[in-house]
Design a protein around this ligand. Structure first.
Ligand code: HEC
Ligand code: HEC
Ligand code: HEC
Ligand code: HEC
Ligand code: HEC
Ligand code: HEC
Ligand code: HEC
Length: 390
């Protein structure tokens, strides 16, 4: 749109990159650069930002040279990973067959690549998960977690999966949302960007561009004005384990994924899934830091703890134990460790987490490394406590 007023030309309307079904316009993260360059650059290094992206075939050159690029399934099927030009495929050979029965492209990568990555492909508007995944940081190919060891390359990628691993993925039929894997392809926004946690930002950008002298943030949600529950819900959307869409009694349908916005009460949108948990199982660890944290004394006995007490949501901090230990020490200036504890050989008191937040095996994330045994993946335990065995 051309403006007649020459004074306005540098404030041209920002082109949205997609529109949410609630009307909110998504804009490019590049729009934040002018005023929040540090945060944008730091955010681009995070697991959040890198949790989904268009697969780039060149990143597989190394593993294709150094690994057996095939997965053998119990039913005799062999999946062979093949790069062809700018594309990478999974070819399925059934027992004895010379030519592949399926050739499946790896179009979208899910996972920043710390524990592993899964690969999705489009079939018309339908989104499916490839059977072959990567374990660890390009450490080898595996049958995707949760798949039986037999040929089955048509696992539908449901909206809830995208709700945790992308910024936006609108369903074509939102009212059937719960089970459909049909998406409006051109509106899918990969990676978790600013708007996933900060909501509507377009007005904020327009305002501050027009009013550079204003140093107090306008037209933007403020975490400092949210309650503790609202702040925790913002992370709980994706970090409180398995939840299923709530039933909307007025609309008589399940609340579609991507409806929740920061500030809302999450429980109105997603309910804790207690299906088939007849046995009171061990606390589920996969993607469930919230419950564990809330059960620990640190949380219960301090005033306003939330995830940002220890985590900078815009920084890649994995492995920076000194930084995390400083967060512990900010509340625990002194620690009453017994002589016995203090004299433990190879104890590292610079890293409080090694004893108080030890790794535990996830029951949900298990991978098929050698076909027979499912190897659980270990996850950091957010139940902060005393583990005498450590
Ligand atoms: C033209 C300048 C400008 C642009 C562009 C801009 N902002 Fe801001 N923003 C500000 C100013 C000024 C503040 C207030 C000072 C501060 O906190 O840095 C602010 C503060 C914020 C805050 C903190 C709000 C609070 O007080 O809790 C958030 C969140 C934010 N901006 C997000 C964004 C996002 C996301 C983008 C890109 C889509 C963006 N901003 C683009 C100027 C801008
Ligand atoms: C839209 C879903 C979503 C929201 C909202 C979200 N996360 Fe995450 N988070 C993820 C996913 C998915 C991963 C795993 C990313 C990967 O490695 O592929 C992750 C990973 C992390 C990690 C591990 C980072 C690392 O070093 O690998 C931390 C810490 C984390 N999130 C904290 C938070 C906090 C704190 C909040 C709230 C301010 C939050 N997350 C909100 C989805 C989300
Ligand atoms: C995973 C969720 C998440 C994402 C993604 C995210 N933020 Fe934030 N952001 C937060 C939270 C939570 C706070 C409040 C932190 C606190 O309480 O200390 C915050 C605070 C801010 C602030 C004000 C405080 C500060 O650190 O200066 C700005 C500005 C901001 N974010 C900008 C951005 C921009 C720009 C992006 C995208 C490049 C972005 N955020 C992406 C969760 C997120
Ligand atoms: C409830 C939110 C949620 C849902 C639903 C979900 N994930 Fe995740 N996923 C996470 C979080 C959070 C992590 C980071 C590890 C953790 O905290 O358990 C993760 C980790 C992963 C990883 C490993 C990433 C890495 O590099 O370490 C992959 C791959 C993955 N998820 C794929 C999927 C796929 C594919 C689906 C859907 C079929 C899915 N996830 C559904 C939240 C979710
Ligand atoms: C916001 C303040 C705060 C932070 C940050 C914090 N704690 Fe705590 N923590 C507490 C409070 C309050 C208690 C209960 C009173 C006490 O035991 O000192 C507690 C209790 C504990 C306990 C005793 C638990 C039990 O079951 O008896 C341990 C161990 C502990 N914290 C370790 C840690 C570690 C390790 C970290 C960093 C990863 C940490 N805390 C971060 C406030 C905090
Ligand atoms: C008391 C400090 C503390 C609080 C509060 C806290 N975390 Fe953590 N978190 C840690 C530490 C320490 C790690 C280990 C980091 C590492 O291994 O590099 C961690 C790791 C993680 C990881 C990566 C898990 C893994 O096994 O890879 C995720 C995801 C995460 N936190 C999410 C959250 C969420 C969501 C919240 C809010 C409910 C939260 N954390 C609150 C200290 C904290
Ligand atoms: C080698 C393992 C180990 C390391 C490392 C460790 N702790 Fe502990 N911690 C323990 C044990 C065991 C106890 C129970 C008391 C005892 O037997 O010493 C304890 C008790 C505590 C308590 C409860 C007692 C009290 O002071 O109220 C707090 C808080 C605590 N630790 C904080 C920390 C912090 C903060 C760090 C990092 C600076 C840390 N611990 C490092 C093993 C460890």
């Amino acid at each position: 749109m051309v403006s007649c007023n020459s004074f306005d030309t540098e404030f041209i309307e920002i082109e949205p990159i997609a529109t949410h079904f609630n009307g909110m316009e998504f804009i490019s993260m590049q729009e934040c650069m002018a005023c929040h360059q540090d945060i944008v650059e730091s955010h681009m290094q995070t697991s959040h930002y890198n949790t989904s992206f268009k697969t780039e075939a060149t990143t597989f050159e190394e593993i294709l040279k150094t690994h057996p690029n095939e997965i053998r399934l119990d039913d005799g099927t062999t999946i062979v990973i093949r790069k062809e030009g700018d594309f990478i495929y999974q070819d399925f050979y059934s027992r004895g067959n010379q030519s592949p029965v399926i050739q499946s492209p790896m179009e979208i990568t899910i996972g920043s690549g710390f524990r592993g990555q899964s690969f999705l492909y489009w079939k018309d508007d339908g989104l499916f998960q490839n059977q072959g995944s990567i374990i660890g940081a390009m450490e080898g190919w595996i049958n995707s977690p949760g798949f039986a060891s037999q040929i089955n390359n048509t696992r539908a990628v449901v909206p809830r999966c995208m709700e945790c691993h992308s910024s936006y993925a609108p369903s074509i039929k939102a009212n059937l949302n719960r089970f459909t894997n049909q998406y409006i392809k051109e509106d899918v926004l990969l990676g978790i960007d600013c708007q996933r946690c900060h909501g509507e930002v377009k007005e904020h950008v327009l305002f501050h561009k027009k009013n550079p002298e204003v140093k107090v943030a306008q037209h933007i949600l403020k975490y400092s004005e949210l309650t503790q529950k609202q702040r925790i819900d913002a992370c709980a959307l994706c970090h409180s384990g398995f939840r299923q869409p709530a039933w909307d009694t007025e609309e008589r349908k399940f609340v579609p994924s991507f409806s929740y916005q920061v500030g809302n009460d999450l429980d109105d949108f997603l309910v804790k899934s207690n299906g088939n948990s007849s046995k009171k199982q061990d606390p589920e660890i996969h993607a469930n830091q919230i419950k564990l944290l809330m059960d620990s004394k640190c949380f219960k006995m301090s005033d306003n703890m939330d995830c940002a007490t220890c985590h900078d949501p815009h920084a890649q901090e994995r492995g920076d134990y000194q930084n995390f230990s400083l967060k512990c020490i900010s509340c625990h200036q002194t620690q009453n460790h017994t002589q016995k504890t203090l004299s433990l050989a190879d104890a590292d008191f610079e890293d409080c987490t090694s004893c108080h937040m030890p790794f535990v095996d996830s029951q949900a994330m298990k991978v098929d490394l050698d076909l027979k045994d499912l190897t659980p993946i270990s996850i950091r335990n957010h139940f902060i406590g005393i583990y005498p065995e450590k």
